[in-house]
Design a binder for this molecule. Sequence first.
Ligand SMILES: C[S@@+](CC[C@H](N)C(=O)[O-])C[C@H]1O[C@@H](n2cnc3c(N)ncnc32)[C@H](O)[C@@H]1O
Length: 291
Amino acid sequence: MPRPELQAPPEFFYNETEARKYTTSSRIVEIQARISERALELLNLPEDGVPRLLLDIGCGSGLSGETLSENGHHWIGYDISQSMLDVALERDVEGDVMLGDMGQGLGLRPGVIDGAISISAVQWLCYADKSSHEPRLRLKAFFGSLYRCLARGARAVLQLYAENMDQSEMIMTYAMRAGFAGGVVVDWPHSSKARKAYLVLTCGPSLTNTSLPKGKGEDGEMCSDSDESGHDDESQTVGIYDRNRPRKKLKVTKKGKGKEWVLKKKEQMRNKGHNVPRDTKYTARKRKTRF
Ligand SMILES: C[S@@+](CC[C@H](N)C(=O)[O-])C[C@H]1O[C@@H](n2cnc3c(N)ncnc32)[C@H](O)[C@@H]1O
């Protein structure tokens, strides 16, 4: 079976039938819950029992959001598929769900979100489903808006299924350009089925420890579970990247060439027979930078 992303745009792929099939498969329910638990762990929220306001990007029918509720947090879910959100509402999930395309930006107020997870969704941004879609611009809009709505020091943990290294790099590049610091944590790197890549991003200066945790099974231990998500994740790197928001250009003050140089040039022009204004006390004078 080709990857879901190659079959149809997400709002059509996750139609009524697929949304129900997805949510009633005990296998998928179990896998998504496990990935969401791990994403929550990687969010590294303070263990003080205070409920946090979290974002679930590409929340679908609420399987991932349920893990957030079970751990005592409030959440806002964001998804492009009306059918997935209908199932979420039918299931009476505790989060507030919104219909929207993350590729157009999240449109949330700055600094209000304590953390974000996204489970099996962000790779969809790498595919142009319409002639107006430019994956790079969509990633830029997404990561820019995600960075803005997160509180400083908050994390976003995005589990995704990149199709190849180019996609992984493109996603990482746009995350870094938005101002995030972070890297990729890969669990079960030696298992083709259980392998999971999590992009762990920190917004601005981190208030907690920024070093990335080790991926599960990195030391060769194998995971017995397999995963029928329909995705093969080919990325092998565990990269650690620094905050890379483009710095403001430094002002370069141009040094003038000096009176001596101007006088010499004028003399040369005169010698060539050109009509050159006479030298005065104003010749080569320093002008104010602004008029
Ligand atoms: C594999 S499902 C995962 C759903 C949920 N996170 C879970 O763990 O069960 C991927 C979800 O991403 C959503 N999605 C894909 N592209 C999206 C976009 N551009 N904006 C918002 N949601 C999107 C899909 O509609 C779908 O519900």
